[in-house]
Design a protein around this ligand. Structure first.
Ligand code: SF4
Ligand code: SF4
Length: 436
């Protein structure tokens, strides 16, 4: 019997990972024009410090940090600034961007390489990680330096590196673990040093036995996990890997744990050892709507359209284009949007891959309640939200929902549960939580 662990609730959607899991990462050269978003991280967009006509060097800061929850932005190429203007974005309709005409991709090292991280203090390392603009590369984009600076009253004892990649279709983290385990492990050790924790490990699902083996062969402690969605969510990963429950509304640091994605760990290694800002990432381009799915190492600012072209272009019958995975990703209205530091995948799905059932009435089967990993009652939140009863939706825990999509996936009536819950969250946050 498997010794792999998991969490309560969740679901197991078909993986579709075989479309790209066997495809080695290909380095994709920077396109002629890169569109570098100033809002690649969670929090305030960085403030532009370049203007039209400026020559920029690869690695140069082009946007300065604008608050605590924010990060600097760097030029991913050498080139000329063509414009600083709003542009379509993968996770919002539009956002500010620096548009650069590429001249070359040489250079990029802007900080002194630190061969021996252990000779530097945690404060120096956190500052390096901040200046390098490293954010969570698993999708959330939270500034990494903030998670590495817990308040003094919070005692951390465990670091978990997230190699779960539970979203169907995505294989970028899987390939990174196979092809670059040493950088991930170096980044993990740097972060453990910063946090002063002696317990650190990688959480990886059993459907990636080669990644588990590769990481273990390099001396990394690995916790194998059963295949279950959304195990890559921080709270579920902490529960599965070390058996601690983060309280509702709480943070991982409340139970002494910090979680970082494998891509983030590799970016930390590059920032500290090589003196490189965060300029590139691995992106899976997949779905039956692209001719030749694969994994690409691309610079931020690369348009999705260029990546789809690299994957052989669109096939027939593409019904939906998604940034990220099919469960938590965002449907796009254009493929002109640029890759950001938190873009894990570009999905072109055909009609056979998209659920198209009409929404029916709730049949009170309770499946959504059983599946919700946060023990919420999605049916009740959705019902109250649909009626505009925001205060009641709040009482049912609408604000605790992480929009993982599990409830909607298991609902036999095809209820648009996440849509209603997000509507309630927006209304409550906008101060509409008081009913007439
Ligand atoms: S209510 Fe929220 S957290 Fe629970 S399953 Fe639905 S989307 Fe996920
Ligand atoms: S799964 Fe769908 S039909 Fe069943 S209780 Fe939840 S909302 Fe209603």
């Amino acid at each position: 019997m498997s010794k792999a662990r998991t969490f309560r609730g969740g679901t197991h959607p078909p993986g579709h990972k075989n479309l790209s899991s066997g495809k080695p990462i290909k380095r994709f050269p920077a396109p002629e024009i890169v569109v570098v978003p100033l809002c690649q991280h969670l929090g305030a967009p960085s403030r532009p410090v370049v203007s039209r006509g400026d020559e920029v060097r690869k690695g140069q800061e082009i946007g300065e940090q604008n608050g605590f929850i924010s990060l600097p932005t760097h030029a991913p190429v050498n080139g000329t600034v063509k414009a600083v203007e709003d542009y379509p974005m993968p996770h919002r309709r539009t956002g500010p961007a620096v548009i650069i005409e590429t001249v070359s991709e040489e250079g990029g090292r802007v900080f002194e390489p630190w061969e021996d991280y252990s000779s530097h203090s945690p404060e120096e390392l956190v500052e390096r990680i901040r200046l390098a603009g490293v954010c969570g590369m698993g999708g959330a984009g939270f500034p990494a330096y903030v998670k590495l600076s817990p308040p003094p009253d919070k005692k951390m004892d465990t670091l978990i590196i997230n190699g779960v990649e539970c979203e169907p279709y995505l294989t970028a983290d899987h390939r990174l673990m196979l092809e670059n385990p040493d950088d991930i492990i170096l980044g993990m050790k740097i972060m453990a040093h910063v946090l002063g924790v002696s317990e650190y490990m990688a959480g990886i699902e059993e459907n990636k036995p080669d990644a588990i083996e590769t990481m273990r062969s390099r001396g990394c402690k690995v916790v194998p996990l059963k295949v279950r969605y959304p195990q890559g969510a921080e709270k579920q990963l902490i529960d599965a890997a070390v058996g601690r429950k983060v309280p509702p509304g709480g943070l991982p640091m409340d139970v002494g744990v910090v979680v970082h994605n494998v891509g983030t760990a590799a970016a930390v290694a590059a920032a500290v050892r090589d003196g490189m800002p965060s300029l590139r990432r691995i992106v899976t381009v997949t779905g039956r709507g692209v001719v030749s799915p694969g994994n690409y190492d691309v610079c931020v600012g690369t348009p999705f359209s260029a990546l789809v072209e690299a994957a052989g272009g669109y096939g027939e019958d593409v019904r939906r284009l998604i940034s990220g995975g099919p469960m938590m990703g965002v449907s796009l209205f254009t493929d002109k949007v640029p890759v950001t530091k938190s873009t894990s995948g570009v999905l072109a799905l055909t009609s056979g891959e998209v659920r198209s059932s009409e929404e029916g009435p709730c049949i009170r089967c309770g499946k959504c309640v059983d599946a919700c990993p946060l023990k919420l009652t999605p049916n009740m939140i959705a019902m109250t939200a649909a009626a505009g009863r925001w205060e009641m939706a709040k009482e049912f825990g609408a604000l605790n929902c992480m929009a993982c999509g599990t409830c909607g996936y298991v609902c036999p009536a095809g209820r648009y549960l996440v849509h209603y819950i997000k509507k309630a969250q927006n209304a409550i946050r906008a101060g509409m939580g008081k009913e007439a």
